[in-house]
Design a binder for this molecule. Structure first.
Ligand SMILES: Nc1ncnc2c1ncn2[C@@H]1O[C@H](COP(=O)(O)OP(=O)(O)O)[C@@H](O)[C@H]1O
Ligand SMILES: [Mg+2]
Length: 348
């Protein structure tokens, strides 16, 4: 980690929260860079809300630090600077509740004033945010007439009313119907286009994967992965076959890999994208073949090599790493929940 990296807007260092003897958040290191959407993914109870509450200074960490960029410098969040440091961030943590008799105009004006937004500009800003959310004709309607999705938008609106550079949203799509969920997703993407930096949580992989540039996975209070979805998939759903060819050095390596790709890619169960191609490992002198981890595919690849007269000296599948086993082991109920495909429950 490099504190001089100008692109880092938020840095969590060893962030930890203990309730009694129970660790809700354990030693989390995380960097959020300018302009990116970072998804914070983990099953219910993993520690997402607790992490975000510490970022918002609603909870004090048991250990660790939170650094936030403000006026160019990364500064450690403390009781002394919390007010101005957090000005640069808009938080929506847990489901907001509003007085049903208030209108979006009243609610958003209230939050704009609370955050010290220039008084004279509040009216225009409120109208701008409501327009951004597609709720212009509802601006003076009482919230109690709103659907859950509309209320959620007003919740996000109140988080961003002061136009912060960074936006932190805790489960913004949870509990919404598919249409509202899509609206919220589109809104998040619009905010990204406006060059906002966004940190959002979900317990569902599909929600996160639709918007996030990078995904931080939290499981039982610990960060177990932080990468792009592509890289996570590469690491998680795939295994690697390593094999050695006794006479590979007699061949032009590029041509040889080309031939191997032609034979093996149709059999690896992953499709033929560039990330799935065969690599030659200079250190081990082994060819590395990503595949779907299914024994049948492994066998097919093994057979195809022999049938095409390759002299295979060694052929092995290294043990899966931690992340692989976490994802592949769908006996773990919490991961089943995270990976479950979208289900639309349509009321009668
Ligand atoms: N104030 C608290 N006191 C004791 N335990 C808590 C408290 N807040 C949260 N927890 C526990 O910490 C764990 C993480 O909670 P939370 O951060 O809300 O998870 P998530 O948002 O990922 O669902 C859960 O097991 C929860 O029960
Ligand atoms: Mg939560």
């Amino acid at each position: 980690m490099n504190e001089n990296n100008d692109d880092i807007l938020i840095q969590l260092k060893g962030l930890t929260k203990r309730f009694g003897n129970f660790y809700a958040v354990s030693n989390i290191d995380l960097e959020i860079k300018r302009g990116e959407i970072v998804g914070f993914l983990g099953p219910n109870g993993a520690g997402k809300t607790t992490t975000m509450k510490m970022m918002a200074y609603l909870l004090r960490p048991t250990a660790g630090e939170i650094w936030i960029r403000n006026n160019g410098d990364l500064t450690r969040l403390s009781s002394k600077n919390r007010d101005y440091l957090l000005d640069n961030i808009g938080f929506m943590i847990e489901i907001p509740t509003f007085y049903g008799d208030m209108t979006p105009r009243q609610i958003l004006s209230y939050f704009a004033n609370l955050k010290g937004y220039p008084r004279k500009k509040v009216k225009i800003r409120v109208e701008e945010v409501v327009r951004l959310f597609g709720l212009s004709e509802w601006i003076d309607t009482k919230i109690k007439k709103f659907s859950k999705g509309m209320k959620q938008k007003i919740g996000i609106g109140s988080a961003i009313i002061h136009d912060p550079e960074i936006i932190v949203l805790d489960e913004p799509q949870t509990g919404l119907d598919p249409k509202a969920r899509k609206d919220v997703r589109d809104l998040i993407l619009k905010l990204k286009q406006m060059e906002k930096t966004i940190f959002l949580s979900s317990h569902l992989l599909y929600e996160i994967s639709e918007v996030a540039d990078r995904i931080a996975i939290i499981h039982k209070s610990k960060l177990i992965a932080y990468d792009t979805l592509d890289n996570l998939e590469l690491k998680s759903r795939k295994s690697l076959i390593n094999f050695e060819l006794i006479d590979y050095s007699k061949h032009n390596l590029t041509d040889l890999i080309e031939r191997l790709n032609k034979i093996i890619l149709p059999l690896n169960g992953l499709g033929s994208g560039s990330v799935n191609k065969i690599r030659f490992n200079e250190n081990s002198k082994m060819f590395e073949v990503p595949f779907n981890g299914v024994p049948e595919n492994q066998l097919k690849i093994h057979k195809a090599l022999f049938e095409n007269n390759f002299n295979v000296l060694e052929f092995s599948v290294p043990k899966a790493n931690l992340l692989e086993s976490l994802f592949i082991d769908l006996t773990d109920e919490s991961y089943k929940e995270m990976l479950s495909p979208e289900r639309e429950i349509i009321p009668n």
